[in-house]
Design a binder for this molecule. Structure first.
Ligand code: PXP
Length: 246
């Protein structure tokens, strides 16, 4: 069964818009995580950014306490966040590139150029009992390098697919890249997640990508929740994911 990890960063984005620098305020990402899990989500994803623009450290500690499924912590490969991750012990860490100016994570990790530092981090996290995923573009060179790093998972960046969804030629090309990357990862023994830019319209097209374990989806679910509530927004996404053949 294809699993859904809900990225709740944008719940915190809304809170920070009003309560930045305060120790509480609404909406509460912890309450959102509870609702997502009750609605059937298989995991909760948060990105603790270096600039703390949405999720705060206190959120991650509270989430660690209440999450009953899986906590997926997205983070940059920096010593400060690595040390924190090892203390928090999420089930899985997804290493992502991070640029302060970006609105959201724009590109995938350049794994091929950083095999040694990423392997060192991967080992430290694995030694602490934390699985490791690398967020990469669907690029065969990056898939191979991720296997070399020893990552348990890759998360294929679906941003280009989402961006070109309405241009049929480009959409097919992006889907082909995702299919090829997923097949190669499977052959190399790396498990495959995917995410970024997925929504209620483009999700069904992703069913043709094989070997997917989990999708991480944030913006579209949090946006839809304004109209229908978070429980229904999660349930609707799970319905679209049902029947995935693998
Ligand atoms: N996966 C990763 C690694 C991300 O950085 C993001 C965005 O924070 C997502 C998934 C979710 O993307 P979206 O909010 O577009 O669904």
């Amino acid at each position: 069964m294809l699993k859904l990890g809900v990225n709740i960063d944008h719940v915190a984005t809304l809170r920070e818009a009003r309560y930045h620098g305060k120790s509480d305020g609404e909406p509460d990402p912890v309450e959102a995580a509870r609702l997502c899990e009750s609605a059937g989500a298989h995991g909760i994803t948060v990105h603790l950014r270096e600039d703390r623009r949405h999720i705060q450290e206190r959120d991650v500690w509270k989430l660690r306490e209440i999450i009953k499924t899986r906590l997926n912590l997205e983070m940059a490969n920096t010593p400060e966040i690595l040390a924190l991750a090892i203390r928090i012990k999420p089930e899985i860490v997804c290493l992502v590139p991070e640029r302060r100016q970006e609105v959201t994570t724009e590109g995938g990790l350049e794994v091929a150029g950083q095999v040694k530092p990423l392997s060192d981090t991967r080992k430290k996290l694995n030694d602490a009992g934390i699985e490791v995923s690398l967020f990469i573009a669907p690029d065969l060179r990056q898939v191979e390098a991720s296997a070399e790093v020893g990552a348990q998972f890759i998360e294929l960046h679906t941003g280009a697919f989402a961006e070109h969804f309405h241009q049929s030629h480009e959409r097919v090309a992006e889907l082909d890249r995702l299919v090829a990357a997923a097949k190669q990862a499977q052959q190399l023994g790396v498990r495959v997640n995917a995410g970024h830019g997925l929504n209620y319209e483009n999700l069904p097209s992703l069913h043709c990508v094989p070997h997917l374990v989990e999708l991480n989806i944030g913006h579209s679910i949090v946006s839809r929740s304004i109209s229908v509530g978070l429980t229904t927004a999660v349930e609707e996404m799970l319905t679209l994911m049902r029947g995935y053949a693998g």
